[in-house]
Ligand binder design. Structure first.
Ligand SMILES: [Fe+2]
Length: 391
């Protein structure tokens, strides 16, 4: 815990959590005044049959709806533009984002752009620097993975016109209502369960290990680290049968994300994003790969916190010197990643050593503030060494 008394915002939208929660989406859309609703999703979600659950609920309420199912991984700006045009031309008055983080982030920004005069790549890209021009259409976000937490966050991560992942952080990105239903993740393939679950763990680390932690974020981060440690393995190996693990992962992923707007971020996503785009891998894999070296680099700044993480992840730290107890947290993360089949080295995902300077370039241009606010500060040489250590 911390005695940080600086003011911090608690910004969590109305969130309906629980098994079968998605059956209420029609009634909730009606409460928000939706008369013609656009379901924003992707092909994977359609093929998994999850759109049907939403359709049934809307049909039950007699609400007209359409579907935009062309979302792509990491929410490229051109997809957001197409979705916004689709929503505007169709006269839709409420957006339901149904999917993982990429879909929900696209839905957030498309719902905003849909109410603007000019829907262009440039106008949407401007949201990254200047913020969105208004709240846009009302929205409901429904998570179909347990990882991103985007359903409750005021953040939308997009791939900008230059191909780099960037974030729009603004209260207009907050949804009117979030729905978290573990049944939506019941048939999630093991590899996606592993990668998204590791994303959730990283969100808890960001909020817990950032330069300005606070007591509320700490409490939620500790709870979610423990939940993920206890439930990600069974969700990965037996998720279709063991719904309790899915339930706990759903809760954990939602509230792990809540720590970031409350407290802040550390270096994990900056290092991960810099790797991800260039290496053409997934968000969860890139985060898992950079976690151990970033933890090691930051370990001695807050060794008590790392020791607590080790304890929360089931390691016995009794009687150990603080440094050794803290190091056990890295061991625990690596064990978890191994147990859920994640790659262990950059070369496992076909990264060439010659690509590392490019990762460092992206880190020091796009995520420069994250580097300078890290404790201890990170030099280009440090970053190179960290990436090389996992090659
Ligand atoms: Fe993330």
């Amino acid at each position: 815990m911390t005695a940080n008394i600086k003011p911090f915002w608690v910004r969590i939208p109305y969130t309906l959590i629980g098994t079968g929660a998605v059956d209420n989406v029609g009634a909730l859309a009606k409460e928000l005044g939706g008369k013609k609703i656009l379901i924003v999703t992707d092909q994977g979600v359609v093929q998994a049959g999850l759109v049907d659950k939403v359709k049934q609920s809307l049909e039950k309420e007699g609400i007209e709806f359409g579907i935009f199912d062309s979302c792509e991984p990491d929410a490229p700006v051109n997809v957001i533009k197409s979705c916004a045009q689709f929503a505007k031309e169709g006269g839709y008055d409420l957006v339901i984002g149904l999917g993982g983080g990429s879909v929900m982030d696209a839905a957030k920004l498309a719902s905003i752009a849909a109410t603007t005069e000019d829907i262009t790549l440039e106008s949407i890209s401007k949201y990254i620097v200047s913020g969105p021009p208004g709240p846009g259409l009302p929205k409901i976000l429904i998570a179909t993975t347990a990882g991103t937490g985007s359903e409750i966050s005021p953040i939308a991560v997009v791939v900008d016109v230059d191909g780099v992942k960037k974030a729009v952080r603004h209260e207009y990105c907050l949804t009117n209502i979030a729905i978290v239903d573990p049944l939506m993740t019941k048939y999630l393939p093991p590899a996606i369960t592993a990668q998204t679950g590791m994303d959730a763990l990283t969100h808890a680390f960001e909020g817990y290990l950032c330069p300005r932690p606070n007591i509320l974020a700490d409490t939620l981060a500790e709870m979610t680290i423990e939940l993920i440690s206890d439930n990600l393995r069974p969700a990965y190996h037996n998720g279709t049968e063991y719904l309790e693990a899915r339930y706990n992962m759903a809760i954990a992923s939602t509230y792990a994300m809540s720590t970031i707007p409350m407290a802040g971020v550390s270096l994990y996503h900056a290092m991960g994003h810099s790797l991800q785009i260039e290496a053409k891998t997934t968000h969860g894999i890139s985060l898992y790969l950079v976690m151990p070296p970033v933890m090691e680099f930051n370990l001695m700044a807050t060794p008590q916190r790392f020791a607590r993480i080790a304890e929360l992840m089931g390691e016995n730290i009794e009687g150990l010197p603080l440094r050794e107890a803290a190091l056990k947290s890295i061991y625990a993360v690596k064990q978890l990643g191994t147990d859920i089949g994640l790659p262990q080295r950059l070369r496992d995902i076909r990264v060439k050593k010659e690509q590392i300077p490019k990762f460092v370039d992206i880190l020091f241009t796009t995520y420069a503030t994250r580097v300078t606010t890290n404790t201890p500060p990170l030099s280009r040489e440090d970053a190179t060494r960290l990436y090389e250590s996992i090659w």
